[in-house]
Design a protein around this ligand. Structure first.
Ligand code: KIV
Length: 281
């Protein structure tokens, strides 16, 4: 399989081929999803909740992102790896955004960055793209602003909000982004944005008419705690399978069934205790 690039993704949109994207934060899962043929692996700042036990994404740092992105880029052979710019890494100024995007790219070996926000942050997208770094936009429900949005709520349900999101999508495209994530917006609005833009839209809770779909890996594998948003489909109940494996291990160790002979090295013909106690001739 050929390496996925920004051109591949644009070509897929033109050809009407759906783009697949998932988040990953470590090498083993990145390797498996790459082997399965996913097009884009996002090292999302959702790492904070999915893997680091945080309440939200706000405390995730550039260091956290680089740490996890390095593991993902080391494992992924074909997928395009995109790294989230965490909270406060791009909000302050276009200059800061450019410096931080460059730092993330240099340290992580990723192929692009993603940042949340539309028209308001178009100058950040432009500055980063002009430096030769591919940028994925992210509009609709932008979790880094959830306090301002009043929670994790569907966006663009009313006329004004919908018009603003369409303007955001256009601004992100005009600024040079190669794709845009549409999170938690009505399917009809996502379809309009998808038809309006030349760049691919990647939906999460944005209906079936987007050019591609993304899910948080831990959600779709049934590894996350608590209730899921409506848009999550759990493709495998790994939590139960993993728990069963842990329970079986505990039982076998306590009961003496593990380790068995086949898990045990045997180099000494005599007991180590006897060898230790043996006198030198
Ligand atoms: O951080 C993340 O995982 C994301 C996806 C939900 C798009 O931004």
């Amino acid at each position: 399989m050929a390496k996925i690039t920004v051109n591949t993704l644009l070509g897929m949109k033109r050809a009407g081929q759906r783009i697949t994207a998932l988040t990953a934060y470590d090498a083993p899962f990145a390797r498996i999803m790459d082997e399965a043929g996913v097009d884009v692996i996002l090292v999302g700042d959702s790492v904070g909740m999915a893997a680091l036990g945080r309440r939200d994404t706000l405390s995730v740092t550039i260091g956290d992102m680089i740490h996890h992105a390095k593991a993902v880029t080391a494992a992924a052979q074909n997928a395009m790896v995109v790294v989230d710019m965490p909270f406060m890494s791009f909000q302050v100024s276009a200059q800061k955004a450019l410096e931080n995007a460059g730092h993330i790219m240099q340290e992580s070996g990723a192929h692009g960055v993603k940042l949340e926000g539309g028209e308001k942050y178009a100058d950040r997208i432009r500055a980063i793209v002009e430096a030769g770094i591919p940028v994925m936009g992210h509009i609709g429900l932008t979790p880094q602003s959830y306090h301002q949005l009043g929670g994790y709520k569907v966006q663009g349900k009313q006329g004004d909000g919908a018009r603003r999101l369409l303007a955001d999508a256009r601004a992100v495209e005009k600024a040079g982004a190669f794709a845009v994530v549409l999170e938690a917006i009505p399917a009809e609005l996502a379809a309009t944005i998808t038809q309006t833009l030349h760049i691919p839209t990647i939906g999460i809770g944005a209906g079936a008419e987007c050019d591609g779909q993304i899910l948080v890996m831990h959600d779709m594998l049934g590894l996350s705690d608590g209730p899921h948003p409506r848009f999550v489909k759990v493709f495998s109940d790994l939590r139960t399978q993993v728990k069963n494996a842990f329970t079986a291990y505990i039982g076998e160790v306590r009961g003496g069934a593990f380790p068995a002979k086949e898990h045990t090295y045997s180099a000494l013909t005599e007991s180590p205790l006897k060898v230790v106690g043996k006198k030198k001739e």
